[in-house]
Ligand binder design. Structure first.
Ligand code: NAP
Length: 250
């Protein structure tokens, strides 16, 4: 039975990955900080899908947490989903530098270290995959969040190119707005975001799994967000930046 390790598996997109991969017959290793919620999530998945689900509590902004997950990955998993992440509300100059650095740790350092820990086993088997959850924000200018996600996209494409021909795939997943706990946790007001811009987490995950199977290196779920990303590349950078910054300030 193949094994998948998912970070941020107790809520939102990560929880949708856990359900989908359990339904596909994967054994799961679930990572998040909240021990009790992690144990509940693992128990629920075992009961509902009859799969193995291991809870691995870890804070990916701390060395200890990163080391624990690296160790588990070195022992061998077939699919890694680097999904854990969060937003900081407010403009760059208003957000404490420590919070921005914590974001870089979770969005960039953790993605780098966990990918690095997971790939040798996968390459030795000649198969496997890494999905790094970025965002459509990667294609716009919206502070440290979008900068960190742009790094995730570039890093994933670079890693995919380096290991081409090994049988292992690395893909950046770039969702648009998804109703999860993300915005509430960051105290963001989402009332001005039109309904058609929201995607269900299940759809994002289904498109990601299809795109990974097709060998894509960057997945942007839904035609509407493919169009938005395409348009964003055409309009002058400062205009796209102004619009996305206004949305980000909410
Ligand atoms: N929602 C959107 O609109 C949207 C759009 C584009 C991209 N994304 C990206 O999608 C990913 C998942 O976001 P989501 O919307 O599903 O968020 P969410 O509902 O808030 O879930 C976040 C998950 O990450 C875990 N987590 C947070 N910080 C962590 C840390 N330091 N160490 C370990 N686990 C941590 C949380 O559990 P604990 O709190 O227990 O640790 C939780 O399981 C993120 O990378 C986000 O940037 C989201």
């Amino acid at each position: 039975m193949p094994t998948a390790l998912i970070t941020g598996a107790t809520a939102g997109i990560g929880a949708a990955f856990a359900r989908r991969l359990a339904a596909d017959g994967f054994s799961l290793v679930l990572v998040a900080r909240d021990h009790a919620r992690l144990a509940d999530t693992a128990a629920e998945l075992r009961k509902r899908y009859g799969v193995e689900a291991e809870a691995l509590p870890a804070d990916l902004s701390a060395d200890e947490g990163l080391e624990a997950v690296e160790e588990r990955l070195r022992a061998g998993v077939d699919l890694l989903v680097n999904n854990a992440g969060f937003g900081n509300r407010g403009a760059f100059l208003d957000v404490p530098v420590a919070d921005e650095l914590r974001m870089l740790r979770v969005h960039c350092e953790a993605v780098l270290r966990l990918t690095r820990a997971a790939l040798p086993y996968m390459i030795s088997k000649g198969r496997g995959g890494v999905i790094n959850v970025a965002s459509v924000a990667a294609f716009f200018t919206r502070g440290t969040y979008s900068s960190s996600k742009a790094w995730v996209v570039n890093f994933s494409q670079s890693a995919a190119a380096e290991i081409a021909g090994s049988g292992v795939r690395v893909m950046a997943l770039c969702p648009g707005f998804v109703r999860t706990e993300f915005h509430e946790r960051a105290h963001m007001d989402t009332s001005g975001i039109p309904g058609f811009l929201w995607l269900p987490a299940e759809r994002v995950v289904d498109e990601a799994m299809r795109d990974l199977a097709r060998g894509l290196r960057v997945s942007v779920p839904s035609a509407r967000y493919k169009a938005i990303v395409g348009l964003g590349r055409l309009v002058p950078g400062n205009l796209a930046g102004r619009v996305s910054t206004r949305l980000g300030r909410r």
